[in-house]
Design a protein around this ligand. Structure first.
Ligand code: CTP
Length: 410
């Protein structure tokens, strides 16, 4: 890990709070710069002073703190921007509920609402509280937003009973957060995922094409993250200078929409998940010329177009009847009325989820940070971002896992 990585350590009201002192100590020992934040509940078990002594920084409690020479820096906002990673250990049931619902009434929840840093949560509570549908629904919502859960595990609980709800050991928590926690996930193992990505080139003549501004970066980020998380990944990629970074990703390069459909069909037989990110040209020149079109040719001023196949709709119509368990993800880049257009695509193209974003002159294709909405038939849109492409990729893959979990009823 980088020395000096800023880790916010949130401590909430659970008896396991005494173990958070050890978490803070291990984080420090491994070179992290630790900012502790205690909820009111946590202060019933441990004191701010303990964490201050271990971390060398004032522990935060409330949202009312100002700092800086002229006292104009709002602490939780500054902490949120400064954080490289945020870990909540232990996370009580009450905290998980407040976090899910966007409360911001103490330093920790306000920081979480203001940050774009990755978040890890290590729950600790009585088994029945952990298993309660309210807690489980909150956990699923947070996972859908990209929050990573560490445990809990089964063992002795504060009540004297044995069951699930015990916090992971401090060493294990610190390993997960300081190792490249994201890269260590293997939650897609066993799944075969097909991704379409990039633009298409529709030939006008041997030197000219109809195309669009897509770079393929989003689809490639999804392919890379899926492979890192253990999936077998195939990518059918339109013309772009980019390529997958993870060597295990199987790549087929194509140019036109018709070729992309053929390559995707050939790769789709045994897949569990289809993620269609390609920006396919809706139309192609109806009559591509074998020789370069001359300026003087009357045909040069007007292009007759033929409609391209819809790759996503074709594949979903083919895959659905064969496999009840296939998960299909579409993308919708829209300039206006994002949710309505995405909902229409959800049903028209037979998708389980459509990832929608707004594009325009100032945002979208190629832009560094992206904000998206996950649109499904059964739940309100789930917003995510702004985040980099790897962050959005993880979010999309988390949505896939959540849909599969819901479908299997587990
Ligand atoms: N798509 C596809 N094949 C096409 C067109 C689109 O597979 N010929 C997929 C895209 O990869 C994306 C989704 O369908 O996942 C939506 O793409 P979009 O271009 O927004 O859809 P269109 O049907 O072209 O809708 P419109 O142009 O009316 O917005």
């Amino acid at each position: 890990m980088q020395v000096g990585l800023r880790v916010v350590l949130g401590v909430t009201g659970s008896i396991a709070a005494y173990k958070a002192v050890e978490v803070a100590r291990l984080l420090k020992k491994r070179g992290a710069d630790v900012q502790a934040m205690l909820t009111d509940g946590a202060s019933h078990f441990v004191t701010a002073l303990t964490f201050e002594a271990v971390t060398g920084r004032p522990a935060r409690r409330t949202v009312w703190g100002m700092s800086g020479e002229d006292l104009r820096k709002i602490e939780h906002v500054e902490d949120a921007y400064a954080a490289d990673r945020i870990l909540i250990a232990p996370a009580s049931a009450n905290f998980i509920t407040r976090y899910t619902h966007g409360f911001a009434d103490d330093a920790l929840t306000a920081t979480l609402l203001s940050t774009s840093a990755p978040v890890w949560v290590a729950p600790a509570m009585e088994s029945n509280m952990w298993r309660h549908p309210a807690t489980q629904a909150n956990v699923a919502t947070l996972q859908g937003r990209g929050v990573r859960f560490l445990g809990p595990t089964t063992g002795d609980l504060a009540s004297g009973r044995t069951g699930d709800g015990r916090m992971w050991a401090p060493e294990r928590i610190v390993d997960a957060v300081l190792g490249d926690g994201a890269a260590q996930r293997t939650d897609l193992e066993g799944l075969t995922i097909l991704v379409t990505a990039g633009p298409t080139w529709e030939p006008i003549d041997p030197v000219r094409v109809l195309t669009n501004r897509s770079t393929g970066a989003m689809g490639l980020a999804i392919a890379d993250r899926a492979a890192e998380r253990g999936a077998r990944v195939r990518v059918v990629l339109g013309p772009t200078h980019l390529a997958p970074s993870v060597p295990s990703v199987a790549l087929t390069r194509v140019e036109s929409a018709v070729d992309m459909l053929a390559a995707a069909e050939a790769a789709a037989d045994d897949i569990d998940v289809l993620i269609a990110t390609a920006a396919v040209s809706d139309y192609r020149p109806a009559d591509p010329r074998p020789r370069k079109l001359k300026r003087s040719d009357p045909a040069a001023a007007t292009l007759a177009l033929a409609e391209n196949p819809d790759i996503l709709a074709t594949l979903s119509a083919r895959l659905r009847p064969r496999s009840a368990s296939v998960t299909i993800v579409g993308f919708a880049a829209e300039t206006d009325d994002v949710v309505r257009h995405a909902q229409a695509k959800l049903s028209r193209k037979g998708c389980d989820v459509v990832i929608a974003n707004r594009v325009g002159p100032d945002r979208g294709f190629g832009a560094g940070e992206t904000e998206v909405l996950a649109i499904t038939a059964s739940a309100p849109p789930v917003p995510f971002g702004p985040a980099d492409k790897a962050g959005v990729a993880d979010f999309v893959l988390d949505q896939v896992l959540e849909l599969r979990r819901q479908r299997s009823g587990s």
